[in-house]
Design a binder for this molecule. Structure first.
Ligand code: PLP
Length: 439
């Protein structure tokens, strides 16, 4: 409440009101509201069946696991020779900016992905989202710097770039990866216009939003093209453990530090921990590794990733063989079963024989959380509103992920959050909605 000079309330003074136009443009950018929307829509329609969020299945979580994991990490610190004072400091104090569990993350990468990098190249972050922000901030210096993305692209990346005022340019895809001819053409054109192309962001395994994976030969060709173009690749891999086919990550094929690898524990452990990481083993002239530069930036954003969260993830990395692939076999099978169930349900509702008439079709990802559905109407916010209110089913408009209009008649369906019964009920509702909006 406003106060007079004497300190008394001044009842007629208007409350502060900020001009939206005076705030940073990102707060009114659709790409930022999308992220919030994806997180909150599930709460807004609690009775709807939701194919919208990229959330893991909650049946895998038990609240009592958290204190057990924290205790396991404390036991590990004690067993590795830390004094009681050191154990206390490790959990209660501000921690090292680059993270406490870098060795464990480096070991996990060797076990799960054949990625062999020194712990010093790892920065443990507050989710992969912070890793994206750090990398974009570090790589882009001035307004002529641009970042390329595979189109459609995960909104966490386009949103972070918007926040940092970094221009993003989409490279057309082939349906199973980046079109390398288009990549070369785009880089040449931007360079001719005086732009510095800093990196290309890709999700080669079970991508968000389409679920598509790149073939091994395409990965090798992309690395070769990146080498020729002197282009850094930002490889984001939250879904690799959930694929039915094991393909090599770009980073495991990378022999010359061409790839910055972005990782998340949101799907392989749980998102509530908010722990991710980045591997940045590139040398920086006159300094050390790029990871050390990223840590400097992190020191001004989140200071360090919460020690308690790192303890929980650390304990998960300490059990078994040091990786998370084995621990996720049941989850991977569950997601693949749910994905199959969605496809079977769609086939029942929209049989292939009738596809020309229905104009409803979908893709067949190897796994991961998402698949892409083509529909014969504009899959926009208005359609989603009708779907939620009248049919009790949620999904994500693919247009949120596109730079351009290619995804206007597509829907992203997530298989990760639902039980088998919910999937069956959800497909029945979805089919009714599609028929209604197609009519
Ligand atoms: C491609 C991609 N990268 C990163 C993330 C999220 O990472 P985090 O929750 O660790 O910030 C997601 C989550 O949906 C994703 O789909």
């Amino acid at each position: 409440m406003a106060r007079s000079a004497a300190g008394d309330p001044a009842p007629d003074a208007p409350a502060v009101e900020l001009d939206a136009g005076a705030l940073h443009a990102s707060v009114t950018s659709p790409v930022l509201t999308t992220m919030t929307f994806l997180n909150e829509i599930t709460y807004r329609y609690p009775d709807a069946v939701s194919f919208a969020p990229g959330r893991p299945y909650e049946g895998f979580f038990a609240a009592d696991e958290i204190p057990r994991l924290v205790q396991a990490y404390i036991d590990h610190l004690r067993d590795s020779g830390k004094s009681e004072d050191e154990v206390r400091t490790a959990l209660f104090q501000y921690g090292p900016t680059a993270g406490q569990i870098r060795e464990l993350v480096a070991r996990m990468l060797r076990v799960d992905e054949d990625i062999d990098v020194p712990p010093e190249s790892v920065v443990v972050t507050v989710g992969c989202q912070e890793a994206v922000l750090l990398v974009l901030r570090a790589l882009c210096r001035d307004p002529d710097d641009v970042v390329l993305v595979d189109n459609p692209c995960y909104v966490g990346v386009t949103g972070a770039a918007r926040l940092l005022e970094i221009p993003v340019v989409a490279v057309p895809g082939t349906g199973t990866g980046v079109d390398l001819g288009e990549l070369e053409r785009t880089v040449a054109e931007l360079t001719a216009r005086g732009k510095r192309v800093r990196a290309l962001y890709v999700v080669p395994d079970c991508s968000n939003p389409t679920g598509v994976s790149m073939e091994r030969a395409d990965r090798e060709a992309l690395l070769e093209t990146a080498r020729r173009l002197d282009l850094l690749l930002l490889e984001d891999n939250p879904y690799g453990l959930f694929s039915s086919r094991r393909l090599p990550t770009l980073k495991s094929l990378d022999e010359r530090q061409q790839v910055v690898y972005l990782g998340s524990f949101a799907k392989s452990a749980f998102p509530g921990a908010r722990v991710g990481y980045v591997v940045a083993d590139q040398r920086v002239t006159g300094a050390g590794l790029l990871a050390a530069e990223l840590a400097k930036i992190k020191s001004m954003i989140t200071v360090n990733t919460p020690s308690v969260s790192q303890a929980v993830i650390g304990a998960m990395l300490l059990s078994g063989d040091g990786g998370l692939r084995e621990a996720n076999t049941v989850a991977a099978k569950h997601y693949q079963d749910m994905m199959g169930r969605i496809r079977d349900g769609l086939e029942r509702e929209f049989p292939s024989a009738d596809r020309t008439r229905s104009q409803v079709s979908w893709n067949r990802p190897d796994g991961g959380f998402f698949l892409s559905l083509d529909v014969p109407f504009e899959a926009d916010d208005a359609a989603l509103d009708v779907s939620a209110r009248e049919f009790g089913v949620l999904w994500t408009p693919m247009r949120y992920f596109h730079l351009g209009h290619d995804g206007d008649r597509q829907i992203r369906l997530s298989c990760s959050y639902l039980t088998a019964e919910q999937v069956d009920e959800g497909i029945t509702r979805l089919a009714a909605m599609i028929r209604h909006l197609s009519a």
